[in-house]
Design a protein around this ligand. Structure first.
Ligand code: ZN
Ligand code: FE
Length: 257
């Protein structure tokens, strides 16, 4: 399966997935229609499917216009997002699979950023929306710290180490700076920050990341690090240092970083 990153709006990513066997294409989170339509034309593929990771406008903004142009489109989202994802046709429940062209995939339900947030998984590629960002995670609009902790660590974190994670926003540089602020001795973070700065200076994007990189650099997946625990304790002396409480304080610190 070929994956093309389509930058949208200020810092959003849509992704065009192309089935090499049939030339059918799916788009993950079309923030807006125009850049997606350009890419479809340029690649000469047939758009059959939209995969929405959650209902926020900057992830579904192109749904209506694309549906008008391609009336047969299947539009996937979590079952609980019924009424919130424009033109949704497929309502995913645990165990359902996702098909377009000759490809088949699955999804993980990831409550936290929103209650219906999901990650799509196709082989060694996963599309995390605003649940996992490189070195960070989404804000908790509709979920608890404990839910987001589990979505990141018990669900996404259980994917194989080499899984490539395609996320929803280019926030990596700021996220890595925050990560360093709570774990300054982690050289994997400082090395990645230098790499990402160079990448961004050359006009490239930092997506995708991998599970193994996130386990090394994402503070929200490192709640057992003693240095992170010490940072948390110094700003929140009452913290009992359980993983979920460490997560809660980290998320609060990031909200005001
Ligand atoms: Zn969002
Ligand atoms: Fe977003």
């Amino acid at each position: 399966m070929e994956i093309i990153t389509i930058p949208c709006l200020q810092d959003n990513f849509a992704y065009l997935l192309i089935c090499p066997k049939t030339g059918d294409a799916a788009v993950v989170d079309p923030s807006e229609a125009i850049p997606v339509k350009k890419e479809i034309k340029h690649r000469n593929v047939k758009l059959t499917t939209i995969l929405n990771t959650h209902h926020h406008w900057d992830h579904v903004g192109g749904n209506k216009e694309l549906k008008a142009d391609y009336p047969e489109l299947k539009i996937y989202g979590h079952a609980s997002d019924r009424g919130r994802i424009p033109e949704q046709t497929e309502f995913l429940e645990d165990g359902d699979d996702i098909r377009f062209g000759g490809q088949s995939g699955s999804f993980l339900h990831n409550p936290g950023h929103t209650s219906g947030a999901i990650t799509y998984v196709f082989g060694k590629s996963a599309f995390t929306g605003d649940t996992l960002f490189a070195a960070g995670c989404g804000r908790l609009f509709e979920g608890t710290p404990a839910q987001m902790h589990d979505s990141l660590n018990q669900r996404i974190g259980q994917l194989p180490d080499q899984t490539e994670l395609y996320f929803g926003h280019e926030y990596t540089e700021t996220n890595l700076r925050f990560a360093l602020s709570v774990e300054s001795g982690n050289t994997e973070i400082s090395n990645k920050l230098a790499d990402v700065k160079a990448l961004r200076a050359s006009g490239a994007f930092s997506t995708p990341t991998t599970i193994v990189e996130e386990k090394q650099t994402n503070p929200f997946m490192r709640c057992t690090s003693s240095e992170i625990q010490a940072s948390v304790k110094s700003s929140d002396p009452g913290n009992d240092l359980s993983e979920k409480e460490v997560f809660r304080t980290l998320r609060e610190l990031k909200d005001v970083f």
